[in-house]
Design a protein around this ligand. Structure first.
Ligand code: CAA
Length: 260
């Protein structure tokens, strides 16, 4: 693992799978600006690394992240917040073309919940707690909480969580459609790796185009989204992986995808 100041990075925890681990345990992985810049830069590097097909983002077994760093923000003026614009660094997460899976245990609150929701899928341990408690400290979500949570769980529940700060248990989050799976805490990394492995065994070209198309569903009308999807589908036929995948099916063998 490479140590940065606030995160640890293993670009090959397994073949084709990279791991980013938040590493501010005493502050419950509170997301200060420096940590978010480290995540941004690391994602950029991993997105350009041919040996990486899937990225896992975790806080470890105790806590995912208790939100943006309140101590760092507490005395800032509105104009300082505007000028620093720290949440714009989060756009890099959204721009990452490879799939990112959040492995969440313990608190995923405020910016922590938003960070998990910015990823493409969430595997949670039984101890996970999701919430947007900003209302309790006199503010509101600022990194996607009112938008991504509402799209994921619907208006009624999102409104309740944002306006009361109540936490969702992992089981509630699963039922509400916020997360993919709940697993015992000691199996969190194994189960996340199993999902990552399955995705990493597919054509990286098709995975990239398919991720882009699914995300398009949030930003377009149905007709625009369908058109976008169709073009990405046709584009997969420019890849060797598509030829390999379909030949392998016909020849009744396992495909060998190369990402070209
Ligand atoms: N920022 C900075 N420090 C934090 C923090 C945060 N978001 N969350 C926890 N910490 C620090 C605590 O201050 C404490 O530090 P000290 O030991 O120096 O006092 C340490 O982490 C341990 O925390 P607690 O003693 O509070 O631990 P607990 O188990 O009693 O409570 C908790 C855990 C319920 C998560 C509680 O820490 C808490 O409520 N944290 C804040 C949650 C929150 O409001 N998050 C939203 C932040 S704003 C935001 O995220 C905006 C946005 O949209 C991006």
């Amino acid at each position: 693992m490479t140590e940065k100041q606030f995160i640890r990075v293993n670009p090959q925890i397994e073949k084709f799978i990279a791991l980013i681990e938040l590493n501010r345990p005493k502050e419950l992985n509170a997301l200060n600006r420096e940590l978010m810049l480290e995540i941004r830069d690391t994602l950029r590097e991993l997105d350009n690394d041919d040996q990486v097909r899937v990225i896992i983002l975790t806080g470890g077994q105790k806590v995912f992240a208790a939100g943006a760093d309140i101590k760092q923000m507490a005395n800032a003026s509105a104009i300082e917040m505007l000028n620093i614009d720290q949440f714009s660094t989060w756009d890099q997460i959204k721009r990452t073309r490879k799939p990112i899976i959040a492995a969440v245990s313990g608190f995923a609150l405020g910016g922590g919940c938003e960070l998990a929701m910015t990823c493409d899928m969430i595997i949670a341990s039984e101890t996970a707690k999701f919430g947007q408690p900003e209302i309790k400290i006199g503010t509101m979500p600022g990194a996607g909480g009112t938008q991504r949570l509402t799209r994921a769980v619907g208006k009624a529940l999102a409104m309740e969580l944002v306006l009361t700060g109540r936490f969702l248990t992992a089981e509630e989050a699963l039922r509400a459609g916020l997360i993919n799976k709940v697993v015992p805490v000691e199996l969190l990394l194994d189960e996340t790796l199993a999902l990552a492995r399955e995705i990493a065994s597919q054509s990286p070209v098709a995975v990239k185009l398919a991720k882009e198309a699914v995300n398009h569903a949030f930003n377009s009308t149905l007709d625009e989204g369908l058109l976008f999807e169709r073009k990405n589908f046709y584009l997969t036929f420019a890849s060797e992986d598509q030829k390999e995948g379909m030949s392998a099916f016909i020849e009744k063998r396992k495909p060998e995808f190369k990402g070209i």
